[in-house]
Design a protein around this ligand. Structure first.
Ligand code: DAH
Length: 350
């Protein structure tokens, strides 16, 4: 083997021993760099004759090309190896089962609220929302329950620090303040028509939401839900209340033979007032009277506080407990289960 062939061989060997691209570049410099072995050979030609230069130069060129070819091959081999390592590291096992994301669902009471809104919506009722921190005026006074009224003590009210009688000072004890809030808005909207002696479109609204009282046991929670209903017009009667509420209950409970009973009661904002009881004819609760709502004809003082003339406008209101409706619908006997946040319980309603 001549000197040039062995140079190619030692270069090829050194390239093969280079495990990384950086090693390979160092090895390259030893042969092809400024003071590398091939460059030295070129410099060594200075003393040669023109003829000798020609043949020697051609031979060195062949050597250089052979070394470059070995270098390129090794570069490629290292790049391939690196790619393999990377591919292996990033490999996806497409046969692995996917990781499941927990899927959320609506709370049973939310399901009930949706149901209530859907049913009353189909009967032409709007849905109104209002504040949970209320004023004395909307929660009590405007609802015919002045300061010294004994009915105030029926509500165990949470008061808010720093409130005054006109600024919000309590957590609403019921959704009834929404009767006033909504009616006042409605009247304002139709003020011009009213002033011109034209008929006002009827007020037909429900107002579901959270309410608060100092109370806690298996059937009472300090936070609970109510849904208010209000229907005011020039020709609305107790009969209408009975028809729509019977319809509502039968649809809600999917029970066509369910029976309603209006039991005389007292609420300051209605006169006369009635408690609404329902009775199932079949199923586990059959035959028992179950209280589901308070109701009554809206008191003239309340109609007046809505900005309407009680001689002309009449109507009825009702207030029901969506929590209790949920318990009855699903056969749950402890209200607290709804608010404990235990997924094992709540996921049963999905
Ligand atoms: N607000 C009453 C309560 O919390 C429930 C109620 C009774 C609402 C009669 C009404 C009604 O609208 O007419 O106990």
């Amino acid at each position: 083997m001549n000197e040039l062939d062995s140079l190619v061989e030692s270069a090829t060997q050194l390239f093969a021993q280079s495990a990384t691209p950086a090693d390979l570049e160092n090895a390259k410099a030893q042969f092809l760099g400024k003071s590398g072995r091939v460059t030295e050979l070129m410099k060594g030609m200075a003393q040669l004759s023109v003829e000798e230069k020609k043949s020697r130069g051609a031979a060195i060129n062949v050597t250089k090309q052979a070394i470059e070819a070995a270098l390129t091959a090794r570069r490629q081999a290292l790049a391939d190896a690196e790619l393999q390592v990377q591919l292996k590291a990033e490999a996806l096992d497409v046969s692995l089962p996917g990781r499941q994301r927990g899927q959320g669902g609506l709370h049973p009471v939310s399901l009930t609220l949706e149901r209530i809104e859907g049913i009353f919506g189909s009967m032409g009722f709007d849905v109104a929302q209002g504040p949970e921190i209320e004023t004395d005026w909307f929660n009590f006074t405007a609802l015919n329950t002045p300061e010294d009224h004994p009915a105030r003590s029926m509500h165990d009210t949470f008061y808010v620090e720093g409130g005054t009688a006109t600024a919000p000072n309590l957590l609403r004890t019921h959704t009834s303040p929404m009767q006033i809030r909504h009616a006042v808005q409605h009247v304002k909207k139709h003020r011009a028509a009213l002033d011109a002696g034209q008929p006002m479109p009827e007020i037909r609204v429900i107002a579901p939401g959270r309410t608060y009282r100092v109370d806690s046991d298996a059937t009472h929670s300090p936070m609970f839900h109510q849904c208010e209903g209000l229907w005011i017009g020039e020709n609305v009667s107790f009969k209408d209340l009975k028809v729509i509420f019977t319809d509502f209950c039968r649809t809600f409970f999917e029970s066509d033979d369910l029976v309603l009973r209006f039991r005389p009661s007292f609420f300051p904002f209605t006169e006369p007032s009635a408690e609404i009881d329902i009775q199932f004819q079949t199923g586990p609760l059959a035959g028992r009277w179950l209280e589901v709502a308070g109701s009554g004809q809206v008191h003239p003082n309340v109609v007046r506080n809505m900005g309407l003339d009680p001689e002309k406008y009449i109507g009825f209101a009702f207030g029901m407990g969506p929590d209790r409706l949920t318990m009855l619908r699903y056969g749950v006997n402890d209200l607290r289960l709804f608010f404990d946040g235990d997924i094992r319980f709540l996921s049963q309603f999905q």
